[in-house]
Design a protein. Structure first.
Length: 321
């Protein structure tokens, strides 16, 4: 029998099997990878091997795009809310500042109206006078309340001068007056008592002047209406050792009196510097002596000085309105 060539039997002459006829050396298509490979070769590493991998990649990219869009939309919303909140804040701040500015302006205008210079009213002028007189006892120096020299008119209408011997320390009203007078002053709310002692130009008479300080003029009027009508009681005398007044005490008082001015009651008591008591001097001598007129003149000068109306400013801030 005729032998077929080895090629037809599908084998090589050396006995190895050959590819089927018509397929040897031709490329085969890998259905999974979707690209052409030779039979028996694996797909290239790192590359997609099929349609499923491509679909997964497309889905991932779409998800990332959607997430980016969501984030961008959220950022736009947040930005829009921030802009709205900022506008609201600016509107509120502007309103608050406007209200504050109006309040400040109105307050400034009112302050200018109240503090601007204007003529004093009648009530304001009266209040100014009362207040100025009421504070003189502590606003003035003691040497102004009790001047070193005081002019008085003696017998035969001669001008003479009384000299201040000393100023006593400030005391309570009840400590410097006799009991009947002290009770009235306490009831009227007397604040303090100032005293000084004078002698006449001849140094024959000693006169103690006492200034009782009350709340106001009304309290002074109430007190003077209740003072006892007795020239033996009043302010207690003050003697200064080593001077011509050292013998002047309660027993040496010849007469007592008082005069009112503003919120003050100005008391006076007079006696002789030689120590004579009231009982030792005949009443007719006292009546014809210049002792009591001198004492009244000195006390009156101090009272007039304390109660003299001050110069009232024409306007609230001085003479120019």
């Amino acid at each position: 029998m005729r032998a077929w060539p080895a090629a037809r039997r599908g084998r090589e002459p050396d006995g190895a099997e050959r590819e089927p006829a018509g397929r040897a050396g031709l490329p085969l298509r890998n259905p999974a990878a979707g690209r052409t490979t030779r039979r028996g070769q694996a797909p290239l590493p790192g590359r997609s091997t099929g349609r499923r991998e491509g679909a997964a990649t497309s889905w991932t990219l779409s998800a990332r795009v959607r997430a980016a869009d969501v984030r961008a939309a959220a950022e736009r919303d947040a930005l829009a809310r921030g802009i709205r909140n900022r506008r609201i804040f600016l509107v509120l701040l502007g309103t608050i500042l406007a209200v504050a500015a109006v309040n400040v302006l109105m307050g400034t205008v009112g302050l200018l109206r109240e503090t601007r210079s204007r003529p004093l009213t009648v009530a304001e002028r009266q209040a100014y006078v009362r207040q100025d007189i009421a504070r003189r006892w502590h606003a003035w120096p003691a040497a102004v309340v009790f001047p070193e020299e005081l002019e008085y008119i003696g017998l035969a209408r001669t001008q003479q001068y009384a000299r201040r011997v000393g100023i006593a320390p400030e005391v309570a009203c009840g400590s410097g007056t006799d009991a009947p007078v002290a009770g009235v002053l306490a009831e009227a709310g007397c604040q303090t008592l100032l005293r000084a002692t004078y002698v006449d130009q001849s140094a024959t008479f000693a006169i103690t002047v006492g200034v009782a300080v009350l709340r106001d003029e009304e309290a002074r009027l109430q007190a003077t209406a209740k003072l006892p009508v007795d020239d033996r009681v009043g302010v207690r005398p003050v003697a200064f050792p080593g001077t011509v007044t050292e013998l002047f005490g309660a027993a040496q008082r010849q007469r007592n009196g008082w005069v009112g001015a503003g919120p003050y009651i100005v008391f006076s008591t007079a006696g002789y510097t030689d120590g004579r008591t009231r009982e030792a001097v005949p009443p007719e001598e006292i009546l014809h002596s210049e002792l009591w007129p001198t004492a009244q003149s000195i006390a009156g000068r101090i009272a007039r000085s304390l109660g003299e109306p001050p110069t009232v400013p024409r306007c609230t801030q001085g003479p120019v309105c």
